[in-house]
Design a protein around this ligand. Structure first.
Ligand code: ZN
Length: 362
């Protein structure tokens, strides 16, 4: 029988901790407040072996008596004595043996599970991430950095599309690829790289361009979130996601900058077609760059620090979306001329006259 320290029990290993001060930091009702449901216990371990056992009961998904004996080097009687003491004060709970997370996954994500324990049952959050399905169009700059983020934290199902090959000029920002990948399809090189990094997730890629004709088969209706690294999002892609209730994260979407992130949730926020104003402003910048450099140039996200920042914000918002832990509200815009960064918490404004999403409002 595996056991762990109960949720909402906080173990203090050092006396003199100012618990009341901690309580007073945040007012009642604030999600960060540690309210009365928390039980605070100070435990003084008699030996390093006991300390190791306690660590494993707090920070892992539970351990059996045999596992604790193996970890600590103590005999079964000594382990049972320790467990009995903790049980006496009702500090332990049995671990659900049917958890969908393997021991290896618990180990891999151990550090972030500690963070999750501040907001909810950590393994439940991790399981939601494992069940999530994210579709990404474009596996180069934004898509590449985002893939690293999603794969590292354990998003369980990712589908990626890209129809380009890796070029030397990609290597200033497209973090997935190496010089040896030049000439290879990005979809294949990305898959190889990501699965060598985290082989426990399902990551499918296709060398394919999404079009109006194939979008239905490319973005499953049970997709948790669709990420478009193409700016602006094609009208048919925006329309498909609105109709199917699929949250969408777009590159760009603010002022005249294609560099940024916007989260759109059907029924709750505006859709990409609501944003006619900044599309017009963006076209002005497009015209300016082409006037200077010719028709082959467009003001795209081509600077690694910009796109890594944007993709990090995307990953955080995707985490909020798939776990339901918090409202995904952050938008970020980077001015391509002044390099000023604006992060705000406003949803994309909705337009009552939007042809695409107007009738889907709740
Ligand atoms: Zn709209």
């Amino acid at each position: 029988m595996r056991k762990r320290i109960r949720e909402h029990v906080i173990i203090l290993k050092h006396e003199g901790f100012d618990w009341e001060m901690m309580r007073s930091l945040f007012p009642p009702g604030d999600p960060r407040s540690l309210n009365d449901q928390f039980q605070v216990v100070t435990i003084t371990c008699k030996s390093k072996q006991e300390d190791l056992m306690l660590y494993n009961l707090v920070y892992t998904n539970g351990k059996s008596e045999n596992e604790l004996a193996s970890i600590s080097g103590l005999n079964t009687d000594e382990v049972n004595n320790f467990i009995t003491k903790l049980d006496k004060f009702d500090l332990l709970e049995k671990v659900d043996e049917n958890t969908h997370l393997s021991a290896s996954e618990i180990d891999r994500y151990n550090r972030q599970l500690r963070l999750f324990s501040l907001i909810a049952a950590p393994t439940e959050i991790q399981e939601k991430m494992k069940q999530a399905k994210i579709v990404i169009v474009g596996l180069g700059g934004i898509g590449g950095w985002l893939l690293y983020n999603l794969a590292s934290v354990g998003i369980g199902n990712i589908i990626g599309y890209d129809h380009d090959n890796v070029e030397l000029s990609n290597l200033n920002r497209q973090i997935l690829f190496s010089e040896s990948d030049i000439g290879k399809p990005k979809a294949e090189a990305a898959r190889e790289r990501i699965l060598s990094y985290n082989s426990t997730i399902n990551f499918e890629t296709q060398v394919l361009e999404i079009t109006e004709n194939n979008i239905e088969s490319c973005i499953p209706s049970d997709t948790s979130a669709f990420v478009s690294t193409v700016y602006p999002i094609e009208h048919y892609a925006n329309k498909y996601c609105v109709q199917n209730g699929i949250p969408t994260l777009a590159q760009g979407g603010g002022k005249y900058s294609p560099t940024g992130v916007t989260v759109m949730i059907p029924g709750r926020t505006g859709c990409f077609d609501c944003a006619k104003d900044f599309r017009a402003e963006w076209k002005q910048l497009f015209t300016l760059v082409r006037a200077r450099h010719g028709n082959n140039y467009a003001p795209t996200t081509t600077f690694s620090p910009f796109i890594s920042l944007c993709s990090n914000i995307m990953a955080i918002e995707i985490f909020k979306l798939v776990t339901g832990f918090s409202e995904p509200m952050n938008r970020i815009f980077i001015d391509p001329i002044t390099w000023e960064i604006d992060i705000n918490k406003n949803y994309l404004e909705r337009r009552t006259d939007c042809e695409t999403c107007g009738k889907y409002w709740r």
